[in-house]
Design a protein around this ligand. Structure first.
Ligand SMILES: CC(C)(COP(=O)(O)OP(=O)(O)OC[C@H]1O[C@@H](n2cnc3c(N)ncnc32)[C@H](O)[C@@H]1OP(=O)(O)O)[C@@H](O)C(=O)NCCC(=O)NCCS
Length: 160
């Protein structure tokens, strides 16, 4: 089940911990929460109906031209079960009339495969994008990022 979390929900903090664990970076709760309310990053989680486990999450913010996915992951034991696809489907359905954008390391083959399957394509390569961002897992060429975009409304118009 996909749920959009209120910043005051305890699970909001748990997602900040998961971001640190999965990406090997210091806690980003303060940055994500901001001053709470509308200033907090928006977030959905995929929750296991049986035990309440958070299986995956998508964190985004609105830019002047797109809905930009800032953090995106599936918890390791739930990978390859369609969680990531479900989260992206939710984003495409809800924000069908704006472009969705994200950055991904050029070495992150698994994520790139998922994004392409979901309709994203690369529009640019940003060199050393992760260099100053303390993204522990990225080194060497992996610091370079693709800027990927998906236009859900274009898919809808193609089908009309
Ligand atoms: C990338 C990631 C989000 C994928 O999530 P997921 O829930 O496993 O994705 P899905 O089950 O919906 O996979 C959809 C498709 O993506 C591709 N894919 C995803 N993981 C893959 C892998 N490890 N190897 C090969 N293909 C993969 C496959 O085409 C898959 O379809 P299939 O299972 O029918 O073959 C997950 O591996 C992850 O959290 N990685 C670490 C964090 C990360 O890199 N986040 C992205 C930062 S930009």
């Amino acid at each position: 089940m996909i749920i959009q979390l209120d910043p005051n929900d305890d699970r909001y903090k748990r997602v900040a911990e998961l971001v640190s664990e999965i990406f090997g970076i210091p806690s980003c709760y303060d940055w994500m929460y901001g001053n709470g309310g509308d200033s907090a990053q928006k977030m959905i989680v995929d929750v296991d109906d049986n035990n309440g486990d958070i299986r995956g999450f998508c964190v985004w913010s609105f830019t002047f031209y797109s809905t930009h996915i800032m953090q995106f992951a599936t918890v390791e034991k739930y990978r390859r079960q369609g969680v990531g696809t479900r989260l992206l489907d939710w984003m495409k359905n809800v924000f069908f009339d704006t472009p969705l954008t994200l950055h991904v390391s050029v070495r992150n083959d698994d994520a790139i495969r998922l994004y392409k399957k979901a309709g994203f394509y690369s529009v640019d390569t940003l060199y050393n994008y992760y260099e100053d961002k303390k993204e522990g897992i990225y080194t060497g060429e992996g610091r370079n990022a693709y800027l990927m975009i998906c236009n859900p409304i274009a898919d809808i118009e193609d089908r009309l």
